[in-house]
Design a protein around this ligand. Sequence first.
Ligand code: DX5
Ligand code: ZN
Length: 218
Amino acid sequence: MSAIRIAPSLLAADFARLGEEVRAIEAAGADWLHLDIMDGHFVPNISFGPGLVKALRKHSAMPFDVHLMIAPADPYLAAFAEAGADLISLHPEAGPHLHRSLQTIRALGKKAGVVLNPATPIECLAHVLDLTDLILVMSVNPGFGGQSFLASQLPKIAALRRMITESGRDIALQVDGGVTLKTAPDCIAAGADVLVAGTAVFGAPDYAQAITGLRGGA
Ligand code: DX5
Ligand code: ZN
């Protein structure tokens, strides 16, 4: 198993000081920056778009992990690629052709991720693993930071870890929602290797301590 990577979610940062916040988490040891894109339609909240991603790009060398909670997503894939995303993830429910969307992301030269809502079964991934670089398990219903972790998703993480191992492919397994110092160990034990954390990082007094703690203390 590869090392645990921590991807702080910008949604919990101080929106009046975003450049500064991104530089601070990078200096604190964050591995990726998780950028939550919400459209007020696919999820009941609105966050920000490609213009902000582009503006932040020059403040950081971290991989930009863009989580699209928008429908349709296809018309915006190129814009996020051009804005500086390294990885673009979308939900199967965002459009009728997941395979085509993943092909489009790969053709843009970016890594492609599939996000599973709490009720979405893992079987929808079975025939697209060859186009998938990352699987994201939502451990809350998407739309808001600061929600409670759904422990019902732990067996799903474990099942996905088995699916990835059996496939022999290099696919990251990410968890997003309610990841804290208390819930992170369960996610890691179930097989996750990338943890998204908003409140647990940006709500902490010491970002470096929070990131180290989430990673398991190492
Ligand atoms: C929720 C977002 C998450 C959110 C996580 O829809 O996808 O990335 O920012 O926030 P916390 O870690 O506070 O649950
Ligand atoms: Zn997210």
